[in-house]
Every structure is written in structure tokens, then in C-alpha cells.
Design a protein around this ligand. Structure first.
Ligand code: ZN
Length: 92
């Protein structure tokens, strides 16, 4: 292994400890919910989910799957994506 590659690997280890360096702009994930699998997506700061709660707008355009993603991804989301979609629970 050459010294240049070793340097890159060391840098990657440091970066991996600093997730705030990363901002996720778009995501699509399969969320294994309590009853079914749902597709949760983030695009342009806006979340969507294929579950019934999200589709019905019953809690202001969010759902437990989106709220969980916001908690898990936390520092890697910009402010809009972190607290957006009417997530009153996670908002400061
Ligand atoms: Zn959902």
C-alpha cells in the first residue's frame, strides 16, 4: 500500500467521526415499519413516505417513519430537512 493511500484512509477515519461534515441532499430508503415496509424519501428538503399516516396528512405531513429518520440522521440534515414537514416533536 502506498503512503498516499494510507493518508487517505487515515483521513477517512477522521471524517467518519465527524458526521456534521456531511449534508444529505436526497435519500430513498425502505423503512420496515410495525405493519408493513414503507418507502421514505428526502428530496429538496422535503420528506415523503408511502404510509397511510403521511398520505392522510393527519399529523401535518409527517409520520413516525420520517420522525425516526430525522432523529437518526440528525446532524447530516440541513435545518429544513431536520425539522421540516411539521415535525413538532423534534423541533426545538
Ligand atoms: Zn410513514
Amino acid at each position: 500500500m502506498n503512503s498516499s493511500l494510507i493518508g487517505k484512509i487515515e483521513k477517512a477515519h477522521r471524517y467518519a467521526q465527524e458526521p456534521e461534515r456531511i449534508r444529505l441532499d436526497a435519500i430513498e430508503a425502505t423503512f420496515h415499519g410495525g405493519h408493513d415496509d414503507y418507502v421514505v424519501a428526502l428530496k429538496g428538503g422535503h420528506w415523503s413516505c408511502t404510509c397511510h399516516t403521511f398520505a392522510s396528512h393527519s399529523i401535518g405531513g409527517t409520520c413516525s417513519h420520517i420522525m425516526a429518520m430525522q432523529r437518526i440522521l440528525g446532524t447530516m440534515l440541513d435545518e429544513e430537512a431536520k425539522y421540516g414537514a411539521g415535525d413538532a416533536v423534534a423541533a426545538p
